[in-house]
Write a protein that binds this ligand. Structure first.
Ligand code: PLP
Length: 424
């Protein structure tokens, strides 16, 4: 196990790896508390984009050295992603324009399973990237769409989920964590229950979970899992895991000359090599972090090092959540509303992503005031998890979202500014 404060002790080194920390606005530091919308890019991502762009052949191949280099590079990045999520090999990883595009591609590829009499289960906890593809393709094919509701405490209603499953359920789409509330779902338990009650394929949207906790597709028991490079300190890119055994059930978009096997059957056109290089840089950073946190494990396989890095990040971010919630409690203003897990005994079930509201200010007004007075960037809107926001009978909420490069100092600056706004 890592020491509890290991990330804090490496803090200056970690922060120095993210060039955006040196950005200023009007002569004062800029504080980015919007990692839920996209994390900062790590320096090794930027470096790899430049160096691979200067040397790679666009097209992979087997004859000339430059083609071979590109082929090997693409395989290496697939293998790194496979290690990051515990997939059985590089063939299970495909590259897409974004997670949303990956899930639309997946829905199209599964359209043959969606027929009248069949049903698909989606949840009110999800980002629309993991609802709309299933609604669009499912409805077009005449299947029924069932929505799992939230409990009054804003948790996914497990009983409702299990009640919605039957022998005709062909697919369940779940999130790993809510990008508005920060609530983490117990994926392993949920998917085990789903698989006991139905033969449905299970698709996980891990975009919000990926920068905050280890991912393990085999432990989760899911069939598909998608996440985005730009949420794990890397470039704009969607990653899709497809369990090898699902290949026979897929009919993806395909040009006739494309290979039928995984993963090439997923990929239309040439791959964006600079983005793959950036992703490699971001994943190499996480490996380096894992080896720094656990030097005695430095020669362990990458799969284990990723897990150690993400466990250390998770532990550190729980401390950040505790600190945030304690400062929130101290404010004691009747104008404040908080949505999501507020109980400090339950921080292990959340990411450091906090949905909140100041009564008397629209979310856009609060965002603007924090920026103007404190140089602080937070989010406003429905965050594309519009069902969660609608469930609260709102159109928009503010969201403060942190990552492991944030510290208690970031939280102090935010609360000092918020106090200032509340007192004027
Ligand atoms: C939970 C979640 N799912 C899906 C997405 C969509 O990801 P992409 O922009 O790669 O399509 C986001 C983006 O914010 C997200 O937070």
């Amino acid at each position: 196990m890592a020491e509890p404060d290991i990330i804090l002790s490496l803090f200056n080194r970690i922060r120095s790896r993210f060039p955006a920390f040196s950005l200023e606005s009007g002569g004062r530091p800029r504080l980015y508390l919007n990692s839920g919308a996209g994390s900062l890019m790590v320096d090794s991502c930027l470096k790899e984009i430049t160096s691979y762009s200067a040397s790679l052949n666009p097209m992979p191949g087997q004859i000339t050295p430059a083609e071979k280099q590109t082929f090997e590079f693409q395989q290496q990045v697939r293998q790194l992603v496979a290690d990051f999520i515990g997939a059985s090999g590089p063939q299970e990883i495909s590259f897409h324009f974004s997670t949303t595009a990956a899930l639309f591609n997946l829905a199209f590829a599964l359209r043959g399973q969606f027929r009248p009499g069949k049903n698909l289960v989606v949840t009110d906890m999800d980002h629309f990237a993991n609802i709309s593809p299933w609604e669009n393709l499912g409805q077009a094919q005449g299947a029924e769409i069932r929505r799992v509701r939230l409990t009054p405490e804003l948790m996914l209603d497990r009983a409702d989920l299990l009640n919605k499953l039957d022998k005709d359920t062909v697919l369940v789409a779940l999130t790993g964590a809510s990008n508005v509330l920060g609530t983490i779902l117990p994926l392993t338990d949920l998917i085990s229950d789903i698989k006991q009650k139905s033969e449905a394929l299970v698709v996980v949207d891990a975009v919000h979970l990926a920068p905050h906790a280890p991912l393990d597709v085999r432990e989760f028991g899911c069939d598909f899992l998608a996440f985005s490079g730009y949420k794990i300190f890397g470039p704009m890119l969607g990653l899709l895991y497809s369990r090898q055994e699902t290949r026979d059930r897929l009919s993806p978009y395909r040009v006739e000359t494309n290979q039928e096997a995984l993963p090439n059957c997923w990929e239309q056109g040439m791959l964006p090599n600079p983005n793959l290089a950036g992703l490699k840089g971001a994943l190499d950073y996480l490996l380096e972090l894992g080896r720094t946190v656990h030097p005695r494990e430095s020669s362990a396989p990458p799969r284990k090092i990723f897990r150690l890095a993400l466990e250390a990040i998770k532990k550190y971010e729980q401390d950040l959540s505790l600190y945030f919630l304690e400062r929130w409690k101290k404010l004691q203003s009747p104008r404040l509303r908080f949505y999501g897990i507020e109980n400090t005994a339950r921080v292990s079930s959340r990411t450091p992503t906090f949905a909140l509201e100041v009564i008397g200010l629209t979310p856009a007004e609060l965002k603007k005031l924090l920026w103007e007075r404190g140089g602080i960037i937070i989010a406003d809107g429905n965050h594309y998890s519009a069902v969660v926001v609608r469930h609260l009978k709102k159109n928009a909420l503010n969201r403060v979202s942190l990552a492991h490069y944030d510290g208690p100092d970031s939280i102090d600056l935010f609360f000092d500014s918020l106090e200032n706004i509340l007192s004027h």
